[in-house]
Structure formats: C-alpha cells, structure tokens
Design a protein around this ligand. Structure first.
Ligand SMILES: *Cc1c(COP(=O)(O)O)cnc(C)c1O
Length: 387
C-alpha cells in the first residue's frame, strides 16, 4: 500500500486518498489508474491474447474456480442480466434482503421470467431451511442471491444456501458477488455456484467499467438452449471467445491494463491477506459502533446481525434525528466521502465502504471524523465534541 498516495501526480479522488469510502466505486491505487495510459492494442491478435492469458490465473483465484473467468465491458448489472438470461427458462426464485437483491429480481422480471420473491427484512440474511421449504413447493430454474448485500452490509451464507439449492437438480445458483469477490472468499467451485458475477469498482479496487463472471458447466448447458439470452450477454459466445483468449466484442482495453496491474498487487498481498484485512476493517467498524454507543451515548448500531456482517461494507443505523444524507454531507465537510443509506434505508443510515485497498489505519481516520459528526448536533458544522 506504499503507492497509495498522490505520487503519480494526478489529482486525488473526491475527498483525497485515504478519504474516499463509498461502497463503490472505491479508491484506486495511482499505479493501477496509471496503467491505463499504455498505448492501445487491437482486440484481435497476440498482444490481446497475452493480456487475456495474463489475467486468468489471478481472476480464477479471486473467484475460487478452475474455470475460465469472463470479462465483460459493462458494469456488474450487465452480468446480473446475463445470469438470468442464460440461466433461467421460465421461473426464478429471488432471495431478497436489500436493494441489490431486489434489483436482481426486477431484472429477471424485466427479462420476461416469472419471478417469486423469498424476502427477509432488509439487513437480515436468508435461512437455508426456508429456502428448502420454498424449493419443495415449486420448481424453479434458478435462484438469485446476493452474497454481500451492499445496501445493508449483510453477508448471506451462500455456501449453505447453495448446498440446499443443489438438492434440486434443475435449479441453478446465480450469485451476485459484487462486493465480496476480492474481499471475502467466494469459492465458486467448492460451493457449487453456477454463475458468479462481480464488478471492477468494488472490492477489486479498479476503475468502474468491467464486470467479471464465471459459469459452471451446468450453466453453460442451460445457456446453450436459453431462449432469451440476446446477443451482448450470450455466455456461449463469451466462452467461445475465451477459448481463443479473446472477448466477443471490443473490450475496454485500458481497463484490462489496470486489471493486470491490480492482480499483481492482489497476488503480492495474497488473497488470504486481503480477506483478513477486510475482516479486520469490518470488525473495527463494529467495535467502534459499540464503543461509541456505550461510551459516548450515541445511539448507533450496525444493521446486519453479528456473524452475518459483510467484510467490505458496514451499514450503520443512525441515532434518531440524524439522516443519512445530512451525516454524509457533514463528513464531506471534514474531507471524507462515505455513502448515505441506500434505497429505503437512505433516511436513517450511512454506509462505509471499507473495501479494496483501504486499511484499518485509514478507516480509523473516517471513524474519528464520524464520531465527531455524531456527537455534534445536526447541522452544527465543525463544533464537534458536544452532546
Ligand atoms: C454495486 C453493486 C451492483 C451494481 O453494480 P454496477 O457496477 O453499478 O452495475 C450490484 N450488486 C451489488 C451487490 C453491488 O454492490
């Protein structure tokens, strides 16, 4: 993390380095940003093949798979659409526990599938036994779920959920790992996940614009006869191109340069090291929230239940009288960017994205400023310290 400064001479991001804690996009190392400045290459021919070859081992490690990982020039939502278009025939069960899992359901419905929801309160996670009950009631082609629900900071037990879904041979497991891949174990192969997708600008700490996905053999079989998969997100076409170390269409070549650079940094830290660093940041956030409540009397709590908290994003429920946008604005005045709540949680929560290349030390700076903001009355500017 030694290069996490303005050393490359570029302007600091919104808020400055070590101060940009949105739950995506997240801060990007200057060296990774600068990698985009290399001259362009064509998207057919040996140079692109070499680049596509170079990125595969790192991507496979991040996803925990021996299968090729596809790279899509789209944001992650594009691959959410690919998941259902290729993986469903008629009917989808969507596990909903926040805004992004709700989006997954909405996409499936918009693509013309019949969608049932299995919903738990936002902030909660899904119970494998409840999933089994639902899958016994009705046949579904696929189940959609979000590993780390970025709107609430909850981490679904995808291993257990996938194990239950795999008891039903026709039902594919489609997983949004957008804020987990790169920050938490995904283990696509061991867990029997049929399609796992992620985006570049979250725990991978790349600029926005790329999405990654890995499809099981079952998923590819399903895709072969999928009637509504369209053109841009046809997984068979993606995997045919991957076999030739290419992408179906013109990729965002300069972002691939950044990806290759970032995968070298990830490998240098080790994936296990990365998971541990993210877990430590989430722990620090929760401990700080408890201490702030107990010592300073600020009514503050982590929304997600203990044991099911995302290592990459923490959603904090604010004391009465405080709102997400107001607190985020007060943080901005102190030079820190954090997320206001998302969707229906916007008025009463804020979210700290402690993902990518952030450290516990940087996080401490954010928490210190947030404590000042929360101890002050709303709109009290820099006074701080008062209760
Ligand atoms: C950010 C996010 C998305 C959407 O990603 P885009 O890259 O904006 O399309 C989907 N799911 C989760 C869990 C996310 O955090």
């Amino acid at each position: 993390m030694t290069d996490n400064s303005t050393a490359c001479g570029g302007p600091a991001g919104e808020g400055g380095f070590g101060r940009f804690f949105l739950p995506g996009p997240t801060e990007v190392r200057p060296a990774v940003l600068a990698a985009q400045k290399r001259a362009l290459i064509g998207h057919r021919g040996e140079p692109i093949n070499a680049l596509m070859r170079e990125i595969q081992p790192g991507l496979r490690e991040v996803f925990g798979t021996a299968r090729p990982v596809l790279v899509s020039t789209s944001s992650a939502t594009g691959l959410m659409e690919a998941a259902v278009r290729n993986g469903a025939r008629e009917r989808v069960l969507s596990l909903v526990n926040g805004a992004f899992s709700e989006r997954f359901a909405r996409i499936a419905r918009a693509c013309g599938f019949e969608v049932d929801h299995l919903e738990v309160p936002w902030g909660g996670v899904h119970d494998p036994d409840a999933l089994r009950d639902r899958l016994r009631e009705r046949r579904y082609d696929a189940v959609t779920m979000v590993h780390s629900e970025t709107s609430t900071g909850a981490l679904n037990p995808i291993a257990e959920l996938a194990r239950v879904a795999r008891e039903f041979p026709d039902t594919l497991v489609l997983v949004d790992a957008v804020t987990s891949a790169g920050g938490a174990p995904v283990q696509a192969d061991d867990r029997g996940l049929d399609f796992v997708l992620s985006g570049s600008q979250k725990a991978m700490a790349l600029p926005p614009g790329l999405a990654f996905g890995v499809a099981s053999e079952r998923m590819m079989e399903r895709s072969g006869s999928a009637a509504r998969k369209g053109v841009y997100f046809d997984l068979v076409v993606f995997y045919d191109a991957l076999a030739k170390e290419q992408t179906p269409n013109t990729p965002a070549v300069t972002l691939l340069y950044s990806l290759a650079e970032q995968l070298r940094h990830i490998s240098a830290e080790s994936l296990e090291g990365r998971w541990a660093r993210h877990a430590a940041m989430a722990r620090r956030c929760a401990e700080w929230a408890d201490a702030t409540r107990e010592d300073a009397g600020v009514e503050l709590s982590v929304l997600a239940p203990e044991g099911f908290r995302s290592p990459t994003v923490t959603c904090l429920l604010l004391p009465p009288g405080r709102t997400g946008p107001e607190v985020a604005q007060a943080m901005k005045e102190r030079g820190f960017v954090i997320g206001a709540g998302y969707g229906r949680l916007k008025p009463r929560s804020v979210r700290i994205g402690h993902m990518g290349d952030h450290t516990v030390e940087e996080l401490d700076g954010v928490l210190k400023a947030l404590e000042e903001v929360l101890r002050a009355s709303p709109g009290q500017g820099f006074a701080g310290g008062k209760r």
